[in-house]
Write a protein that binds this ligand. Structure first.
Ligand code: GSH
Length: 217
């Protein structure tokens, strides 16, 4: 059955891979599922046809036959449940990997997103200079315990899992802040994630959309 996802017609990041379709592409690449992409404009995302798929008018969405999903966590979980490669076989290991998926999206991503919004949209506000370091510290408040837990391990809980896929995707959004460099093991973790062939293919595919050039290699 054909899988179709949606992505920005033109991503605000110009193809740095920060738009959330990249994590869905990455999951699809990890489990070896081909997919098609329907590109949507900011305007089209708020039209009834797209709102029927995504009530909040965002990307990405995921369609597979008569199944339509939104929320990257739900989409990655759906793929991880149906295909080998993103969740361990044993029940306890699966439960722990799923815990890391939630931790990435519920605990680590929110302060990173807040910091990004502040950098992009609040620079001209009179309170920006006072608020920004507070937001940076909130990010540190999440990265420090994550760094402690990861320690010298390659991945969060044994083999690479959907928990790592989402955590790396979330950390990527903090890369440009420079805060990750304060935690060398997290910077190395991120680099390990980015080095995965499946991530490379996902990144190249979204970049091609934004540059108009087909993926090389
Ligand atoms: N929690 C959602 C967040 C989706 C989201 O924020 N998508 C962004 C692109 S990365 C978007 O569509 N932004 C445009 C908008 O909100 O109008 C998920 O993980 O899927």
């Amino acid at each position: 059955m054909t899988i179709t996802i949606t992505a920005f017609e033109r991503s605000p990041d110009g193809g740095k891979g920060l738009a959330r379709d990249t994590r869905v592409r990455w999951a699809l690449e990890e489990v070896g599922q081909p997919y098609e992409v329907r590109l949507v404009s900011f305007g089209a995302m708020k039209e009834p046809a797209h709102l029927a798929l995504h009530p909040f008018g965002q990307i990405p969405t995921y369609e597979e036959g008569d199944l339509a999903l939104f929320e990257t966590g739900a989409i990655v979980f759906h793929l991880a449940e149906r295909h080998a490669g993103l969740l361990p076989d044993d029940a306890k290991g699966r439960a722990r990997a799923i815990t890391w998926m939630f931790a990435a999206l519920n605990t680590v991503e929110p302060p990173i997103v807040e910091l990004g919004f502040a950098r992009l949209f609040e620079r001209d506000k009179p309170w920006h200079a006072e608020r920004f370091p507070v937001l940076e510290d909130r990010v540190r408040g999440r990265l420090k315990p994550l760094s402690v837990r990861l320690g010298a391990a390659d991945w969060l809980d044994g083999a690479f899992s959907a928990g790592d896929l989402l955590m790396v995707s979330v950390l990527l959004r903090a890369k440009s802040s420079g805060i990750l460099d304060e935690f060398p093991n997290l910077a190395a973790y991120l680099a390990r994630g980015e080095a995965r062939p499946a991530y490379q293919r996902a990144f190249a595919a979204q970049l091609a959309v934004n540059t108009g050039k087909p993926p090389s290699g």
